[in-house]
Ligand binder design. Structure first.
Ligand code: CU
Length: 503
């Protein structure tokens, strides 16, 4: 095996060497493809060094969400990239495990950053404990399969091949071993950035985010080790859509950080295998978007498409502090399948740009005035009309289920599991079980500021549902207390009304 590898190495080296004298010709071919004349001039100006004379360096590679630092070189190099395939059980969500197939032990694989014109020398190893062969297709490479054939590697073997990073951009790499869809669905993708020769405009922070869809036998949130479901994959019906391989990987305590006044660049990829991402950051407008991660820059963009097997480069300035949610705006994926990330920005408020809530009151259709006072007793009674009165506790639970579905499910989820980093669980909630009045408080007055639920911190805002009648609130909370593994109990309309009167 060693001999074979050596022979292949030599063959690859020869192939590269043989190409070297033709390189200028190759390059003019590339020039024909580009349209911007300024680019052509720049390319022509830089003299081509023979491949053998290029300095050899190791690639700086980073695990998501970190991105490698700018290349900062004014010449080409041979950049050595080492990738080891590892099949590995990791968490897809809290309590949910999945056997991922990975480049380098994490999903996505490490981000690689090279310079336009570099030779990328890939060493591709497949561990002995792997169950199947793997390979790698670099969208940044020009050549059959993007390296897929050259890198096809059985368990316990290692392959080498090289490619020249001819064109700048941010490119997906992925496994392309049959069944290709399954290898990608198991997490085999990552990004390589080919910086233009002049580099990218400087920003204060850069992050690496890759979306992927996952197809588990069990439903979203079903605990235990989950296996791949080919049927769901073929139907393109994932249970999970996540950023960086796990629900909550960049939310809550893992949120990306920034400060007011800073510029942030996101290197966003989409491994797929199936879904196209409508990538959006709630509360931000993208200043610049390298559309499809190519050379075309669009400005003032709200949502950008990131195709499966594609990418986008996005930058924006943070003007005001707060939490910015990264979402796939095909929005059920965010609230029900896990596609939620966060940037937490600290710094000084700027009320001119964003005031925050100035007043809140009850909106009355008749008269149209905003009142500072809560609903009057007669208004509450009116709202309660048509919502039947529960005869007993069982009845209350039954009626509460409907109320829960209409008013709470959107954020806390059908099973009350919430969304890690954004919406706390009502299931088995130590916070709620410690004192059901907390539930009355949250629903009638809203809840904000830091709370800890089942050992996890949440610092978000639940809007008050102040107009729900007492009976209705009592039913919902009784339903919650008697479901989702909570400790039971009953909240009565009298409890709610009493709490409303307290200060
Ligand atoms: Cu593979």
């Amino acid at each position: 095996m060693k001999l074979r590898t050596l022979a292949m190495l030599i063959a690859t080296t020869f192939a590269v060497a043989a190409c070297a004298p033709q390189a200028p010709a190759n390059q003019s071919a590339t020039q024909d493809k580009t349209t911007a004349p300024t680019n052509d001039n720049k390319k022509a100006a830089e003299t081509e060094t023979a491949v053998a004379d290029l300095p050899v360096i190791d690639a700086v590679m980073t695990h998501a969400p970190e991105a490698p630092p700018p290349v900062n070189r004014d010449h080409a190099a041979r950049v050595k990239v080492k990738i080891e395939v590892q099949e590995k059980v990791m968490q897809l969500s809290d309590g949910v495990e999945y056997k991922f197939w990975t480049f380098g032990g994490q999903v996505p694989g490490q981000m690689i950053r090279v310079r336009e014109g570099d030779i990328v020398d890939v060493e591709f190893a497949n561990r002995t404990d792997s169950t199947v062969p793997h390979n790698i297709d670099f969208h940044a490479a020009t050549g059959p399969g993007g390296g897929a054939e050259a890198s096809f590697t059985a368990p316990g073997h290692v392959s080498n091949f090289s490619f020249k990073a001819l064109q700048p951009g941010l490119y997906i790499y992925h496994c392309a071993t049959a069944p290709v869809g399954m290898h990608i669905a198991n997490g085999m993708y990552g990004l390589i950035l080919v910086e233009p020769k002049e580099g990218l405009p400087k920003v204060d922070r850069e992050y690496y985010v890759v979306q992927g869809d996952f197809y588990t036998k069990g439903k979203y949130g079903e605990r235990g080790l989950q296996t791949f479901d080919m049927e769901k994959a073929i139907k393109e019906q994932p249970e999970y859509v996540v950023f960086n391989g796990k629900v909550g990987s960049i939310a809550g305590d893992n949120a990306l950080k920034a400060k007011v006044g800073e510029t942030v660049r996101l290197f966003v990829g989409n491994g797929g295998p199936n879904l196209v991402s409508s990538f959006h950051v709630i509360g931000e407008i993208f200043d610049n978007v390298h559309v499809e991660a190519g050379s075309l820059v669009n400005q003032n963009v709200q949502t950008t498409l990131v195709p499966a097997g594609g990418a986008a480069m996005i930058d924006f300035k943070i003007d005001v502090p707060g939490t910015y949610n990264l979402v796939d705006h095909s929005i059920f994926r965010t609230f029900n399948k896990g596609a939620l990330g966060q940037i937490k920005a600290e710094g000084a408020e700027n009320k001119n740009i964003y005031s925050g809530k100035i007043t809140e009151g009850v909106y009355q259709v008749e008269g149209g005035a905003i009142q500072e006072t809560p609903m009057s007793a007669s208004e509450t009674a009116k709202a309660a009309e048509g919502s039947p009165t529960a005869k007993n506790k069982e009845d209350r639970i039954r009626l509460g289920e409907i109320g829960y579905k209409n008013n709470c499910l959107a954020c806390h989820g059908a099973e009350g599991k919430g969304v890690e980093g954004a919406f706390p669980p009502l299931a088995n909630s130590d916070y709620l079980n410690a004192d059901p009045k907390r539930g009355i408080h949250a629903v009638t007055r809203g809840l904000s500021g830091e709370i800890t639920v089942n050992g996890k911190k949440y610092n978000s805002v639940m809007p008050a549902l102040a107009t729900l009648p007492d009976e209705y609130v009592a039913n919902i909370l009784t339903y919650v207390l008697n479901n989702f593994g909570n400790k039971g109990g009953e909240v009565t309309p009298a409890d709610v009304s009493e709490y409303r009167k307290s200060k």
